[in-house]
Design a protein around this ligand. Structure first.
Ligand code: SAM
Length: 666
C-alpha cells in the first residue's frame, strides 16, 4: 500500500476512535444531534531535536510532517442544509529536501460510514475522490492542482511568509477611490485630533495666557500695556479660565476696545506659542544628539546605533509616545534643526505654516536650497531685529543670547546678496559725504522755508474735479492710506556693479500694486541734486528731495527696462507720487526709468546692464547728442514743462521725472 493510502487509513481509524470517545464523553447518542458536526485533527511528526522550521534556527533542515484534517463526520444531508463551504487551501512548505507539509480542508463529506471503514477495499479509481471527501491525513509529494483550480473563482485569503493578510487591490478598487476633498480631510482631521494626542487643558491655557502672552507676545510688540491682556485681573496660574475671558456683550466703546485688545493679544500669543514650539523642538533634537554622544562616550563598547536606540527609548518613556510616533515627529523636528542651522533661529521663529509641510515632506532640502537659506540668514536677522526688537527674548528658552544684533531702523542696514554681514547705511555714503545722515519718515515734510505754511501738493477742488487724478478709485489706496502702513517687504542691498545701494523686493508685487509713496522734503529751487520734480498746479512746480529724509524709495535705481514706475495720485486733495509695480518677482531689484530729463546732459553713464540701455556707451553718447539738439528747440522745452506739471494726464510711463540738476560740463 502506498504511504498516502496508509495515511488515509490512519486518518479514518483515528477519526472513528475519537468520534467514539467523543460521543461517549458528550453523552450523545449520535453525532446526528449536531447540526454541522465536524472533526478536525492536527498532527506533527518531526525529528526529536525539538526544532521546527521557519524559526530561523541553525542546524539540520527539519524533517517533519504537518497534517491537518477537517473532517465532516455526519452522513450526507439534503443540499439545502449544507453548511457554507470553507475555504479550501492547499499549500506547500519546505525546501524540497525534507518531507513537505500539506494542508487540506474538507468541509463536507459525501461519504458514508461504510466507505470510511473499508478503506483497504476501495478501488484505486475511487481513491482520489475518497481521499478528497475525507479531507484525510496524507503525505503528498506534489500539490493537487485539481483542488486549486476547483476553487479558483472563490474568495481566497493568503497568508504569506512575511506579509500581513490583505486583499490585493483590484483595478475596480483603484478606479472607485475618489480624491478626498479638503472638507473630507477637515472632518477626518477632527476625528483624528479628538482621538489622537491632542491635549487641551483649559487650566494650562490660563498659564499660557499669563506667562507666554505677557512675556513672549509682549516681546514681539513694543507699545501695548500687557495688563490689557487680562482685563479681569487674573492673579495667578490657578485662576479660572472664566476670569480671563470677556464674557459681557461689547455694548460700550471701552468694553469693545478691551475685547479687541484681548483678542489680538491671544492671537499674538498663539503665534508666539507656535514660534516657541518649533524652536524648542529644534533644540530638543540638538539635545538628543548630544545625549547620544554622551552615551557613546561613557559606554565605549556600545555601538552608536545602540546608543541612539537607548536615547530614543528613554525619550519615548518621557514623552509617553510610541517609538513610531516619536520617530515621525523627530524627522520633522530634525528638519527644523537643519533650517535653523542654515538660516538661524529667526527663520524658525518667523516661519509660517509652510515650515511644517516643508519638513514633513522634505520637498526641497537640497544642498542648493540650504545654500540659499544661508545667504538669507543675515537679511532675515536684520528684518527680525529691527522690526521685532524683542524677538530674541524667546531664545532664552534655548540658551541663546537674547540681545539683538541689529538696532535702529530696518533700512539703516545695507545687506549683501551673497550673505555677507550687513553694514550700516552711513558707512556706504561717508566716503563721498562725510556729513551723511538719513531720517526715515512715512509722510513727506513740507520745507517751511520754501513753502511757508502751504502745501504745494494741494489740488484746489475745482481743478481736482476736472482731473482724472482726483477719482481716487485705485484699489491701492486703502492699502497705503487706509490705516497704519505695515513695513513694506523690501530691503536695501549693496549692488555689485558700482551703483552703490539698491532696493530688493522680498515678495512679489503684482502688476499695478502700489509699493509705497515717494516721500521726502517737499521743497523747491534745489540744483545739482537728485530730486523728484512735480507740480500739482500749473506753473507751480515743487521738488521732493530725499537727501536727508525719506523712505525706501530713496534707494530705487534706474533701469532702461524697469519693473516699476512712479505715478501721480491724489489722496484727500493732496497729490502723491506712488511707486507702482509693473510686475515684480520676489528677490529681484526694484527699478524705475528715471526718464530722459534725468539723464540729459548728465556726466554719468547708466549701469543698468540691459541690452536696450539708452544711457551707456555709444548709444548713450548718441542719445546725449540728440538731446542737445532737441534742447535748442524752445517749443519743446515749454511742452516739457507742461508734461512735468501734469504727468498723470499728459504722459504715460515714465511719467514722473527724477531730475538731476547737475549741470552739463560743456
Ligand atoms: C535715487 S538714488 C538711487 C540709490 C543709489 N544707488 C544709492 O546708493 O543711494 C540715484 C543715484 O543712484 C545711482 N544710479 C541709479 N541708477 C543708476 C544706473 N542705472 N546707473 C548708474 N547709476 C545709477 C546714481 O548715482 C544716482 O545718482
Amino acid at each position: 500500500m502506498e504511504s498516502s493510502d496508509k495515511a488515509d487509513c490512519l486518518s479514518s481509524r483515528v477519526s472513528r476512535a475519537i468520534l467514539k470517545q467523543l460521543t461517549t464523553a458528550l453523552e450523545m447518542a449520535s453525532v446526528d444531534q449536531l447540526a454541522h458536526p465536524m472533526l478536525r485533527i492536527e498532527a506533527f511528526v518531526q525529528d526529536g531535536d525539538g526544532r521546527q522550521d521557519g524559526g530561523g534556527m541553525a542546524g539540520n533542515p527539519p524533517s517533519h510532517v504537518h497534517i491537518m484534517t477537517t473532517k465532516s463526520i455526519k452522513s450526507a444531508r439534503p443540499k439545502e442544509d449544507k453548511p457554507p463551504k470553507l475555504a479550501r487551501v492547499q499549500g506547500r512548505r519546505g525546501n524540497g529536501d525534507g518531507p513537505e507539509i500539506t494542508i487540506v480542508d474538507s468541509a463536507y463529506s459525501k461519504t458514508t460510514p461504510e466507505t470510511e471503514t473499508a478503506c483497504e477495499d476501495i478501488p484505486d479509481t475511487d481513491r482520489s475522490s475518497h481521499r478528497r471527501s475525507l479531507g484525510a491525513l496524507r503525505l503528498r509529494a506534489k500539490p493537487d492542482t485539481s483542488l486549486v483550480s476547483a476553487f479558483e473563482s472563490q474568495r481566497r485569503m493568503q497568508v504569506g511568509e512575511h506579509n500581513f493578510p490583505k486583499r490585493a487591490k483590484t483595478q475596480a478598487d483603484i478606479a472607485a477611490t475618489p480624491d478626498k476633498s479638503s472638507f473630507d480631510k477637515f472632518i477626518t482631521g477632527i476625528w483624528e485630533h479628538i482621538h489622537g494626542g491632542v491635549h487641551l487643558e483649559p487650566q494650562s491655557l490660563v498659564e499660557q495666557l499669563q506667562l507666554t502672552a505677557t512675556g513672549a507676545a509682549h516681546a514681539l510688540t513694543d507699545n501695548d500695556d500687557p495688563r490689557l491682556l487680562n482685563p479681569h485681573g487674573v492673579q495667578g496660574p490657578t485662576a479660572p479660565l472664566s476670569s480671563v475671558c470677556l464674557n459681557a456683550a461689547a455694548d460700550n466703546p471701552e468694553l469693545f476696545r478691551s475685547s479687541n485688545v484681548f483678542c489680538r493679544k491671544v492671537t499674538q500669543a498663539s503665534r508666539t506659542c507656535r514660534s516657541i514650539e518649533v524652536i524648542i523642538q529644534a533644540h530638543w533634537v540638538e539635545q538628543f544628539d548630544s545625549y547620544v554622544e554622551f552615551l557613546a562616550a561613557t559606554n565605549t563598547s556600545m555601538p552608536l546605533g545602540k546608543c541612539r536606540k537607548a536615547a530614543l527609548m528613554r525619550a519615548c518613556r518621557d514623552f509617553e509616545w510610541s517609538e513610531k510616533e516619536l520617530r515621525n515627529k523627530m524627522a520633522v523636528w530634525r528638519g527644523y534643526k537643519q533650517i535653523k542651522d542654515a538660516a538661524g533661529w529667526a527663520t524658525l521663529v518667523f516661519a509660517g505654516m509652510g515650515l511644517y509641510r516643508l519638513c514633513k515632506y522634505r520637498t526641497d532640502f537640497s544642498a542648493k536650497s540650504m545654500d540659499r537659506l544661508r545667504a538669507l540668514r543675515r537679511r532675515i536677522e536684520v528684518a527680525a531685529d529691527t522690526l521685532h526688537p524683542r524677538w530674541r527674548q524667546l531664545l532664552a528658552l534655548v540658551g541663546e543670547a537674547p540681545e539683538r544684533r541689529f538696532t535702529g531702523h530696518a533700512h539703516d542696514w545695507v545687506t549683501f546678496l551673497d550673505g555677507s554681514d550687513p553694514v550700516t547705511l552711513r558707512s556706504t555714503y561717508v566716503s563721498h559725504d562725510p556729513n551723511f545722515s538719513f531720517q526715515h519718515i512715512d509722510e513727506s515734510i513740507i520745507d517751511g522755508r520754501a513753502w511757508v505754511a502751504e502745501d504745494p501738493r494741494w489740488i484746489p477742488p475745482p481743478s481736482a474735479a476736472l482731473s482724472l487724478e482726483s477719482a481716487n478709485t485705485c484699489y491701492c489706496f486703502p492699502s497705503l492710506f487706509g490705516g497704519p502702513r505695515p513695513p513694506c517687504p523690501v530691503r536695501v542691498f549693496r549692488t555689485s556693479d558700482g551703483r552703490n545701494n539698491g532696493l530688493q523686493a522680498l515678495v512679489s508685487f503684482e502688476r499695478g500694486a502700489a509699493i509705497g509713496e515717494f516721500v521726502g522734503l517737499v521743497t523747491r529751487g534745489l540744483e545739482n541734486l537728485d530730486v523728484m520734480e512735480s507740480a500739482a498746479v500749473k506753473h507751480r512746480p515743487y521738488q521732493i528731495w530725499q537727501g536727508h529724509q525719506g523712505n525706501f524709495t530713496r534707494f530705487v535705481n534706474h533701469s532702461c527696462k524697469p519693473n516699476a514706475q512712479y505715478q501721480h495720485f491724489v489722496w484727500l486733495g493732496i497729490q502723491r507720487v506712488l511707486l507702482i509695480s509693473k510686475g515684480i518677482e520676489a528677490g529681484t531689484e526694484i527699478t524705475v526709468d528715471y526718464s530722459e530729463s534725468y539723464w540729459r546732459g548728465l556726466d554719468k553713464r547708466c549701469l543698468c546692464g540691459e541690452s536696450c540701455c539708452r544711457y551707456s556707451g555709444e548709444g548713450a553718447l548718441r542719445m546725449q547728442e540728440q538731446v542737445r539738439r532737441e534742447e535748442s528747440d524752445q517749443g519743446r522745452q515749454s511742452r516739457e514743462l507742461d508734461n512735468r506739471a501734469f504727468p498723470g494726464l499728459k504722459r504715460r510711463p515714465p511719467d514722473i521725472n527724477i531730475r538731476s540738476s547737475i549741470k552739463q560740463k560743456n
